[in-house]
Design a protein around this ligand. Structure first.
Ligand code: SF4
Ligand code: SF4
Length: 183
């Protein structure tokens, strides 16, 4: 005895939905609901920030609805300072060699201090070429360069995206602490 035929989904009659109520046919509930949401967003526009004047992470979490920046996010670099406020970089060029985007440019010079031989006279990173891979941070033997959670700073020219040593030293002061031990 053969099993009863079960209609395949493609055999189902088109428009097999419960009939619309009189209220649904009038569209009035949907229109009122839509106007309510529009008015709510008009008087409390909590999904828009005036970027770049205001950062997207400057609001309380419940207001911005985009979550918080992950502390492991790889954003703009800093050059780390030691306890005496000097750059920790000893101009060994390892980060420059490790960078796959060739966006680090360093020119060493003799250091005026007794605890190291060299320091960077020029230290530049072309942020437009950087792919934020973190290899420079990994390659550095003395924790002198870090990628921080800082979001990319908007600029109006390409030259502003090339950060020099002074800018990298002051780029994100909050990321200067705590000091990490030497590898
Ligand atoms: S994050 Fe990667 S691409 Fe950017 S400077 Fe460092 S090594 Fe180069
Ligand atoms: S940042 Fe680190 S790896 Fe790069 S030159 Fe300075 S000490 Fe060397």
């Amino acid at each position: 005895m053969s099993a009863p035929h079960t209609p395949a989904p493609q055999d189902a009659p088109e428009g097999d939905h419960p009939p619309l109520t009189a209220s649904e046919k009038s569209y009035l509930p949907s229109i009122v609901k839509g106007i309510g949401i529009t008015l709510q967003r008009f008087f409390k526009p909590n999904f828009t920030v005036q970027y770049p004047e205001v950062g997207p992470y400057d609001y309380a979490a419940q207001d911005r609805a985009i979550g918080e920046v992950n502390p492991r996010h790889r954003g703009e670099h800093i050059l780390v300072k030691d306890e005496q406020g000097r750059e920790k970089c000893v101009a060994c060029l390892l980060c420059m060699a490790a960078c796959p985007a060739l966006c680090i440019h360093i020119e060493p010079e003799p250091a005026p201090w007794d605890d190291r031989e060299r320091r960077p006279k020029v230290f530049e990173i072309d942020m437009l070429r950087c792919i934020y891979c973190g290899y420079c941070e990994e390659a550095c033997p003395c924790d002198a360069i870090r990628l921080t959670p800082k979001l990319y700073t908007p600029t109006t020219s390409r030259t502003e995206r090339v950060y020099d040593k002074e800018r990298l030293l002051e780029n994100n002061p909050e990321a200067q602490v705590p000091q990490r031990p030497r590898k």
